[in-house]
Design a protein around this ligand. Structure first.
Ligand code: ADP
Length: 172
């Protein structure tokens, strides 16, 4: 059934492998701009994940548990279809660097071509988080480096547990 679009709902999609403080900052700031923010946890068909989809959803739910208007859901479809499926027409994205900008620019134009009714809104990363990426965090974890500046304690604990089970589980 087609849902009625609500421009006060936004969707923030990502792989979140793992969710880090940069993501959490965008989630928090997005939740203050929109009435409801749906965080869509997706899959990257080209990469073996560090955490399963279910684990990533649980971790995002835990780190965002105190934000009442945030809802975390898995999805395995085109992002624009997921946005429509929750009744939204706005996608929220975070921008870290100029190189992000090139990628995000092509992605937002592609999404606009796929569904012209869906707009992408960007928030600039806060300076203190602009260097953080899930890829770098997985690499630090693989060498048992300190994670406290990048992730919340619950994510750190989950990463350490995963590294114990699979010492070289850095994902790809
Ligand atoms: P990553 O690039 O860290 O693997 P994702 O693919 O899950 O993360 O990214 C999801 C969204 O979060 C994208 O819009 C991305 O630009 C944004 N994002 C990623 N890292 C940061 C950060 N450090 N600060 C702000 N936004 C970020």
């Amino acid at each position: 059934m087609a849902s009625v679009p609500n421009h006060r709902i936004a969707v923030y999609t990502g792989v979140f492998d793992p969710v880090h403080l940069g993501h959490l900052d965008i989630i928090r700031r997005g939740s203050r701009i929109f009435d409801r923010l749906v965080v869509g946890v997706g899959i990257n068909p080209e990469k073996a994940p560090f955490f399963t989809l279910d684990e990533r959803v649980q971790l995002v739910r835990q780190v965002a548990a105190d934000i009442v208007n945030v809802d975390v859901q898995p999805f395995d479809d085109l992002a624009v279809r997921f946005v429509r499926s929750v009744g939204a027409r706005v996608m929220l994205r975070g921008l870290r660097t100029l190189s992000d900008m090139e990628y995000e620019f092509s992605m937002s134009l592609t999404n606009l071509a796929l569904d012209p009714e869906i707009e992408t809104v960007f928030l600039m990363a806060k300076e203190e988080y602009s260097h953080i990426s899930s890829t770098l965090i997985r690499q630090i974890a693989a060498f048992h480096g300190p994670l406290d500046k990048f992730v919340t304690p619950v994510v750190k604990a989950a990463m350490l547990a995963r590294m114990k089970e699979r010492p070289y589980a850095a994902g790809s």
